[in-house]
Design a protein around this ligand. Structure first.
Ligand code: BTN
Length: 251
């Protein structure tokens, strides 16, 4: 597989058959001053998800962490996560999967039955970590996990995989596309939100967002130019900049 990953990508690649977490390794490289490196693994034994959750990462997936050092203020960091979501969704669509983005950065496959809560299955998640000053990012690690060539039985019930949706994918091709697209998006940061909107499943949906300030329930109407979600609630419009979002049945 290391040979399989002889990429021509705009990032150099460090490959591991098995590792604790590619994000942990990427953070170490970033702290040592590296940039534009993709840490890849066939399997992670201690994969990490958002909100301190564990992330199941068996052999056959695409587990990759991208180290970058953009010259931007921390307020722009969420755009890199949106860029990775766009890149992942596009690579998955090219692999034949009906991939869409659930705000802020989960790549999901919609279910046909919309009349249930959570009418989608999760294909991919992103964990971005950052270090920097108040005015400038030092480094960003954008960790992307894609359930690629994995059986449903090995995944949580709310998840799906490229294998389940469209059959196995050549992971080298998938990662190459993902990285190329991420590179294109980060070089055109001003249009990332527009690209995100085109793939979004959340806009127009009835949602509940659990954020630091409590739960916000209403209709998702748009995302702002910094990636915040605008929700039309019973008490007016509210902007939510971070949180866990679920699409709900309309009752
Ligand atoms: C989430 O949806 O909670 C985010 C999941 C992020 C998983 C990826 S897999 C590659 C990278 N290494 C990790 O330990 N986590 C991220």
């Amino acid at each position: 597989l290391a040979v399989e990953y002889g990429l021509e990508a705009p990032f150099s690649v460090e490959y591991h058959d098995s590792i604790g977490s590619t994000n942990d390794r990427a953070r170490d490289l970033a702290t040592d001053g590296a940039s534009d490196i993709a840490v890849l693994a066939d399997e992670q034994t201690g994969g990490r998800g958002r909100l301190e959750r564990a992330w199941s990462a068996p052999s056959g997936g695409v587990w990759v962490s991208l180290v970058c050092r953009p010259d931007v203020p921390p307020t722009k960091a969420p755009l890199y996560t949106l860029a990775a979501a766009v890149a992942t969704a596009r690579a998955a669509r090219e692999a034949g999967v009906d991939a869409r983005i659930k705000w802020p950065n989960d790549v999901v496959v919609p279910l046909e039955d919309e009349e249930t809560d959570r009418p989608y299955r999760k294909l991919s998640g992103i964990l971005t970590e950052m270090e920097g000053e108040t005015d400038r990012v030092d480094w960003l690690v954008v960790g992307v996990g894609v359930n690629a060539n994995i059986d449903a039985a090995e995944l949580p019930p709310e998840a799906t995989s490229v294998r389940e949706e469209a059959g196995d994918v050549d992971r080298r091709v998938f990662v190459q596309r993902l990285i190329e697209e991420f590179d294109a998006q980060r070089n055109a940061l001003e249009s990332v939100v527009e690209a995100w909107r085109e793939l979004a499943l959340t806009i127009g949906k009835h949602v509940r967002v659990d954020s630091a300030g409590g739960a916000v329930v209403g209709t998702a109407v748009d995302i702002s130019d910094t990636g915040a979600l605008l929700v039309e609630t019973a008490d007016g419009r509210q902007m939510v900049s971070a949180g866990d979002c679920e699409h709900l049945r309309r009752t």
